[in-house]
Design a protein around this ligand. Sequence first.
Ligand code: KIV
Length: 281
Amino acid sequence: MKNTISTIKEQKKNGEKISMLTAYDYSTAKLMDEAGINTILVGDSLGMTMLGYEDTISVTMEDMISHTAAVARGAKNAFVIADMPFMSYQTSVYDAVVNAGRLMKEGRANAVKLEGGVSVCPQIKAITEASIPVVAHLGMTPQSVNVFGGFRVQGRDEAAALKLISDALEIEKAGACMAVLECVPCRLAKYISEILTIPTIGIGAGNGCDGQVLVYQDMLGMYSDFTPKFVKKFADVGTVMKEAFAEYISEIQSGAFPDDEHSFKNNDTTDYAELAEKLNG
Ligand code: KIV
């Protein structure tokens, strides 16, 4: 069954947890879809996991469109959310609507996600009014890494907690259809999840949220540059891949690969040297 914004909101109402993972390509999205994931986020974390940047700042609209389109082709049932990259919505409400529209038209996303609270409410309202569902991202917002001075837990003191609560209420009022809460103390995330009618998706925000998201390379042990405390490794695919690559290299070197099973054979008995003689005359 196709997951839609209505089925996801229904999950919150029924107390059924919502599953979300990031994906950036067709094959991975197809595997997640077949496993029954509710939603796939084409996160701008692709800047780190796919493109090797140290943060998300350099990710472009073109990067996001091409990866979103690949994921959308692989996701038959999952609800696909595309991240709006740094400076694609902060500059103006007009830019925000135009770029959100590109992610829908060219990327075939089902919704867009942007970072921030009260300060981006005019953008959330305008994009929503253009019939594009918007997911808000609160707490540790990676595009603000240069303001935070690093990737840190947010909402720890009372003033910060109050700001987060106020941001959550405002983005809901502006029309956001979901909220990602990143690196937020669990009791605060649980409280926000209870006061909002829209679903909350936690990452490093405890199990009081309505759903959870992880970066897929983190949960599969495929990305070793940096592993946040909240990441649980569900499989060690990185090690399996490295072992398979090493075996491939060794079989090429020994001549064991390709064997007869993986080669094409002719049934005729043509003498190719004799055949090639024809080239000379
Ligand atoms: O870009 C991303 O992958 C994200 C998740 C970490 C929520 O925004």
